[in-house]
Design a binder for this molecule. Structure first.
Ligand SMILES: C[S@@+](CC[C@H](N)C(=O)[O-])C[C@H]1O[C@@H](n2cnc3c(N)ncnc32)[C@H](O)[C@@H]1O
Length: 297
């Protein structure tokens, strides 16, 4: 495993994933019954943006830093919209809670964000296989009885932890995509877990480099017997960078699959995605889409 999330922490892809994650958590919290989150590829949980890897990658500057800039500045030509501002507030407040007022030096990963939204009755299981990241995750989650860090293979863990005893909850599957098998594996893992826990929600992240793999993923998902599958994609326009080769290697688009989304999510994303595409692209020319791959069957 060569992947280190610290190079990418807080980039546009993290922002999209974590904004959607936060909206799902807000919905889960709206009902009194307990929920469980299973984060199969959790990462270290908290990232130092001034640390060597995050500073070298610098991707957070075009991600969370840009979003904060856009939403803390004044409204120009109707942007940002009030609706998007209200929907983003829980995410931006959760990020701010890890930083001193007015500063941005730390970025919470998915397990730290989830933990921030747990109530006393809710639970988080966060899995991470890479030993250094797993040790950091255990440190960052600390001794909170509601959340557990496990140094384990996330694909195996998913099978072991599903179904949880709670009826409601979310599985986040966010592998590093170092290996081409992660695309088909995503669907196999989803199918197996959904067979055992059909009432849970699932959030899957994927990179968009060429169209072939994301389109094949969509075709596979349309064929499996899982209802209510929402696709969300965000593209940030290509940049004319001084180092064109580096710009070429940098991810410019990514997507999410949400299975069993909260009933309000698709409408919320219709408001949020245009705002994210504008705020996170170099020249406000970002692209997005929100569509149902499979409706209710
Ligand atoms: C994209 S990062 C996760 C980011 C995190 N979900 C977040 O949003 O903050 C993927 C993580 O999966 C870890 N990983 C890779 N293979 C794994 C496996 N088989 N099981 C669990 N974790 C794995 C990597 O070490 C890396 O930290």
């Amino acid at each position: 495993m060569n992947y280190r999330h610290s190079f990418h922490a807080g980039n546009f892809a993290d922002v999209l994933k974590h904004v959607v994650l936060t909206r799902i958590l807000m919905h889960l919290r709206a009902k009194p019954g307990p929920f469980r989150v299973i984060d199969t590829h959790a990462g270290a949980g908290l990232y130092d943006l001034a640390g060597e890897e995050a500073a070298r990658g610098g991707e957070w500057r075009a991600g969370i830093a840009r979003l904060l800039g856009a939403f803390s500045g004044k409204v120009e030509a109707g942007f940002p919209q009030e609706g998007a501002r209200a929907l983003l507030a829980p995410y931006l407040e959760a990020v701010a809670a890890f930083n001193a007022p007015g500063r941005l030096t730390a970025y919470p990963g998915s397990p730290a964000l989830v933990r921030a939204f747990l109530r006393s009755q809710d639970r988080l299981v966060a899995c991470e296989l890479e030993p250094k990241a797993a040790a950091a995750l255990a440190r960052n989650l600390g001794t909170d009885r509601r959340s557990k860090a496990v140094a384990i293979d996330g694909w195996t863990a998913l099978n072991a932890y599903v179904p949880p005893k709670e009826r409601r909850g979310l599985v986040l599957i966010d592998p590093p995509f170092e290996d081409a098998d992660d695309f088909p594996r995503l669907v196999q893992a989803l199918e197996a877990a959904h067979r055992k826990w059909a009432s849970g929600s699932y959030l899957l992240w994927y990179p968009v480099k060429e169209r072939a793999e994301p389109d094949a993923l969509a075709r596979r998902l349309r064929r499996v017997a899982i209802p209510k599958v929402l696709r969300v994609e965000l593209g940030i326009a290509p940049r004319s960078a001084p180092d064109a080769a580096a710009a070429e290697r940098r991810l410019r688009a990514c997507g999410l699959i949400v299975v069993n989304p909260p009933w309000t999510l698709a409408d919320e994303l219709e408001v949020l995605l245009p705002a994210l595409a504008t705020a996170l692209s170099d020249d406000r020319s970002g692209t997005h889409r929100v569509d149902w791959l499979v409706g209710e069957k």
